[in-house]
Design a protein around this ligand. Structure first.
Ligand SMILES: Nc1ncnc2c1ncn2[C@@H]1O[C@H](COP(=O)(O)OP(=O)(O)OP(=O)(O)O)[C@@H](O)[C@H]1O
Length: 597
């Protein structure tokens, strides 16, 4: 009954509430149904939503008493250890969101007994061990997100007919992908050492095939005789159509999407508005009294890191020159706040006051791509590895492609390395999208202008193809290690694309690459392919530039060939690195015309 539900919540608060927002729960209330984050239905607690409230430590035993619970969201806290065994009693649970914590155990088998589960998100923790075939017991499961953990071993033969969205990317999985999962998009498996469809074939498959082929030829010969006979008799032909499924994008914020409800934000009493269905987890007062640190000053204003009392850290952008009315501002930010993709930094909340206009976003502790490429080496910056650079291009490309594929399409308008924020698994999230529609950037900031396509004159009308240009500049920067306005180029009076082109024309392609990549002897082919792609993106004529979708799928192909090579290299200890390199240098300069994509 409700009393035992309340007792379970009291246990939670006592075990880990001291520094979290649950300390505001008034334990002398008669019912927990008015406590924030607690939703009741039919006289029982049905939802517990405590995202980012500063819960710290191991979950206590006791939550298992919430036997009518349907949704449990404890995402973005600092939970560690394992999932308690009494979760087995949560027989009504449909949605579990535990992403972005620090759980570090194996997945406990109790989870596999919760038959009612529809959505399970354990992404971005440190779960270990194999992915269990116990998931096959979850016959209602539609979403399974295990991205960014430490799972190892093989992927089991998952046979869950209800499953619509799967993500096992960025773990330590190896071996071949089960055939049943071969129609999943390749991105589902990114960042592992996997092979087989939809990735490249596994070594040894060809051998197996050749045995199979011999048997096939013998049987095939006999069948061919029969078929010829039939053809003569019936003179008919058969057509076989193969349908292919479209790739589906995995979202880690599916919780927001699936939660239902209207589009309007939730306004705190004192004016802070939480975008879309986002929970109102703090208020303006808490934000303003947070200890703040300036992260930097950009073209739209300054950005601060705000550490809230409850243990959350947010990035707060103070917009300087907002050019639109309050209504237009709210409308634009609400629509930007609805953008829901794992490679975009979500806008969580905003504030429109007479003197202050604020945007509140997730804080990215790893910092920006700009910092990782050009930060001070003496202060401990480690060079970005080749695979990491391509992984960053791919994930940022996916975020931008998502914006471009909205109806109506949204252009980013300000793509540059300081707006590409990295996370732990060396994937990237793109921030500051669409701000150009509401605020005027400082016109003179060189580091902003240098990425802008030459045809852009009216900043509020940045086209999709202008985004492609800016993204091409970022690819060039990742390959050359040079900013578009670096002094080496300015001395020559040329821009980055023209400098690269002139080197390629002089058959000095190898000279353009970042010194920090020179140790990467096995990647020259792919470096050249990406260089060609970046040159297409930075073509002065917008119509000659490829679409973002094409750019991203090309990077995806290149990224997979890099991962495959890595895998082969680690197997083949007699690989002759030096002769491979000299061959690649030769082919580098024979490429003059970028291949079309
Ligand atoms: N959500 C965030 N998490 C962590 N760092 C951030 C976040 N948002 C911005 N930053 C960093 O704060 C600094 C200032 O950012 P800001 O967006 O104000 O300026 P900018 O990116 O240099 O230029 P612009 O205003 O044109 O976007 C940059 O180094 C940026 O990478």
């Amino acid at each position: 009954d409700l009393a035992s539900d309340m007792a379970a919540l009291v246990v939670l608060q006592k075990a880990m509430g001291a520094r979290s927002r649950t300390r505001q729960w008034n334990l002398s209330d008669e019912t927990p149904c008015l406590w924030f984050g607690v939703i009741c239905g039919g006289g029982r607690v049905t939802e517990l939503r405590l995202p980012g409230v500063g819960l710290f430590g191991q979950l206590p035993l006791g939550l298992g008493n919430l036997t009518h619970l349907e949704t449990l969201s404890l995402r973005s806290n600092m939970l560690s250890g394992s999932i308690p065994s009494d979760f087995a009693n949560l027989r009504s649970l449909r949605n579990i969101y535990l992403q972005r914590n620090s759980f570090s155990s194996e997945i406990p088998s109790v989870l596999f007994s919760i038959q009612s589960l529809v959505r399970l998100n354990l992404a971005h923790n440190q779960f270990v061990g194999p992915i269990s075939s116990g998931f096959n017991n979850l016959t209602n499961l539609e979403v399974l997100n295990l991205e960014g953990n430490q799972f190892d071993g093989f992927i089991p033969d998952l046979n869950i007919p209800s499953l619509k969205t799967l993500n096992v990317s960025f773990n330590r999985l190896n071996g071949s992908i089960p055939t049943r999962l071969s129609d999943q998009p390749a991105s589902v498996f990114d960042g592992n050492s996997l092979c087989g469809k939809p990735l490249s074939p596994c070594q040894g498959e060809e051998k197996k095939l050749s045995t199979a082929a011999i048997v096939g030829i013998v049987i095939g010969g006999l069948i061919a005789f029969l078929i010829i006979g039939l053809i003569l008799i019936f003179l008919c032909r058969k057509r076989i159509r193969i349908n292919r499924r479209n790739d589906a994008q995995m979202t880690t914020r599916s919780e927001v999407k699936n939660g239902g409800g209207g589009n309007g934000g939730i306004r705190n009493q004192n004016g802070l508005v939480f975008c879309g269905k986002g929970e109102s987890v703090f208020d303006l007062e808490e934000l303003l009294k947070a200890s703040a640190e300036v992260l930097g000053k950009g073209a739209f204003g300054s950005t601060y890191k705000a550490a809230l009392d409850m243990g959350m850290t947010m990035a707060v952008k103070r917009l300087r020159d907002v050019k639109v009315s309050e209504e237009e501002f709210m409308e634009k930010i609400e629509s930007l706040g609805m953008m829901n993709h794992q490679n975009l930094v979500p806008i969580n909340a905003y504030y429109y006051g007479r003197d202050e206009k604020l945007l509140v976003c997730d804080y990215a502790p790893m910092g920006s791509l700009s910092l990782h490429l050009h930060g001070n080496k003496d202060s401990g910056r480690t060079p970005l590895k080749w695979e990491a650079r391509v992984g960053i291009m791919l994930s940022a490309g996916r975020g931008i492609s998502y914006l471009h594929s909205r109806r109506p399409p949204t252009s980013h308008g300000n793509i540059k390395p300081s707006n590409i924020l990295l996370n732990r698994s060396h994937t990237a999230c793109v921030s500051d999208f669409g701000l150009i529609q509401i605020a005027s950037p400082t016109p003179t900031l060189n580091h902003t202008v240098a990425y802008r396509a030459p045809e852009v004159t009216d900043l509020r009308k940045v086209s999709l193809k202008a985004d492609v240009y800016s993204f091409g500049m970022v690819i060039l920067e990742l390959l050359t290690g040079k900013t578009p306005n670096s002094s080496t180029l300015n001395d020559d009076g040329v821009d980055l694309p023209r400098w690269v082109k002139s080197k390629v024309n002089k058959k000095k392609t190898a000279e353009v690459f970042d010194e920090e990549l020179l140790g990467n002897k096995n990647g020259l082919d792919e470096m050249i392919q990406l260089l060609n792609l970046a040159m297409l993106c930075t073509d002065p004529y917008p119509d000659s530039r490829p679409s973002m979708t094409k750019v991203t799928s090309r990077i995806d192909e290149i990224y997979h060939s890099i991962l495959l090579k890595e895998q082969e290299m680690s197997k083949d200890k007699f690989y002759d690195v030096d002769s491979a390199v000299s061959q690649q240098f030769y082919s580098a300069d024979s490429i003059m015309v970028p291949p079309s994509i």
